[in-house]
Design a protein around this ligand. Structure first.
Ligand code: LMR
Length: 398
């Protein structure tokens, strides 16, 4: 018997919530669990620009033969334009290499595999709190993990001094995962001044940044959200970026992400690229084409690109409107000061409520949040916001 000693693994703390939500018979149930955009009607739509690109592919695609291990060179170039800016040197100067990986998760895992296989790093520092999967992915790749403080639960704000103090314990050569924007789960991002300091700190301490850039365009805008990544690029240090088209293209199940590695010369980048090819070949051989070709089609066609930016802005603006409305409604209901929700960015709000309060929301009201008190604000709409505000108020007031 090979398998009889196995025990049932616990459900995934984020993806498992979707199953529980689906099974709930409460007609008023609200899904604020997994980070998936929902529109005003609670639907996760296929973006119009994506549909148009898919139609074009159906009509024009000539082959389903393998893609290069890296993905299409044009995909890499367009991704670097998004990350570093259209006119940035790193787009074309050969110092940065990009791989299409299956989603942001795939990009992080390939990054971890590469760092371990090439004996580049042994330990990775991860923010506390963070997206639950970071620890698992890095552990599975074979890296030791350590936590750095990010959040002050008393003030419900980012604790930058504590962050730098903890990272001061890191050894030269350690990796540091930093959320480039829309921190998951807190929604609290570094200010420009803090990014400037952090970039210098990482350079001075010879740490290797791995930026998790899963939410570009969901915070303040495509360009605004890239401030931190571009600041690191300015310092001239080596770093990695795991980016994703799951959220900003609404292509969750197409698994389109990218790993970009910034090197100090084009020659070094060639060697890095060759070694990451080995890591990719072992893990997935080569990437799937459909979602990647959609990204290339949309980003390289001026009309489709404009339509995408418009659709992205609509998602971003709706989430921001829901933040403002929820804070207002909670204040009106006497729930206490929830104004911090408005200061947070992106898809998530860290409500600062206890596990028991999260459970009560689920049991009594059919409202699903991650156990840490993370709510996906994209699940809020004009039809459920009063119900949510009343339930939250009742639970907070006990
Ligand atoms: C989330 O944090 O909810 C998303 O990134 C989805 C996931 O894979 O966990």
């Amino acid at each position: 018997m090979f398998f009889d000693h196995l025990e049932l693994a616990p459900a995934d703390p984020i993806l498992g919530l979707t199953d529980a939500y689906k099974a709930d018979t409460n007609p008023k149930k609200v899904n604020l669990g997994v980070g998936v955009y929902q529109n005003e009607n609670g639907v996760t739509p296929v973006l119009k620009c994506v549909k148009a690109a898919e139609q074009r592919l159906v009509d024009e695609e000539q082959t389903k033969s393998y893609l290069p291990i890296t993905g299409l060179p044009e995909f890499g170039r367009l991704t670097r334009e998004m990350i570093f800016g259209k006119d940035a040197a790193l787009v074309d100067n050969g110092c940065a290499v990009t791989f299409h990986c299956p989603g942001g998760t795939g990009a992080l895992r390939i990054a971890g595999d590469f760092l371990v296989q090439q004996n580049i790093a042994k330990r990775v520092w991860i923010s506390n709190p963070t997206w639950g999967n970071h620890f698992q992915i890095m552990g599975a790749a074979g890296l030791e993990t350590a936590k750095y403080t990010y959040y002050n639960a008393q003030t419900k704000s980012l604790d930058f001094d504590a962050m730098l103090k903890d990272l001061g314990q890191a050894a030269e050569g350690d990796v540091v995962i930093i959320h480039a924007c829309c921190h998951n789960p807190t929604g609290l991002d570094l200010s420009h001044e803090q990014w400037d300091k952090l970039a210098q700190f990482l350079a001075d301490n010879k740490l290797l940044p791995l930026l998790d850039f899963a939410y570009q365009g969901f915070g303040r805008g495509l360009e605004e959200d890239a401030y931190g990544v571009r600041k690191l690029a300015e310092t001239g240090i080596e770093f990695l970026v795991a980016s994703s088209y799951s959220k900003n293209f609404g292509m969750y199940n197409e698994r389109v992400g990218a790993l970009t590695v910034v090197c100090t010369s084009a020659d070094i980048a060639k060697n890095v690229q060759s070694q990451i090819k080995v890591a990719v070949r072992c893990a997935i051989s080569n990437p799937p084409a459909h979602g990647e070709k959609i990204v290339v089609t949309v980003l390289s066609d001026p009309e489709l690109r404009a339509q995408w930016e418009q659709e992205l802005a609509e998602m971003r603006d709706r989430m921001r409107r829901m933040r403002e409305l929820l804070a207002q409604k909670l204040a009106a209901a006497g729930a206490g000061d929830f104004n911090f929700i408005v200061e947070q960015n992106g898809m998530f709000s860290f409500l600062g409520i206890t596990k028991e309060q999260v459970q009560a929301l689920r049991d009594k009201y059919g409202i699903y949040l991650v156990a840490t008190g993370r709510a996906c604000v994209a699940g809020i709409n004009d039809n459920n916001i009063d119900y949510l505000a009343d339930a939250l108020t009742a639970v907070v007031k006990g």
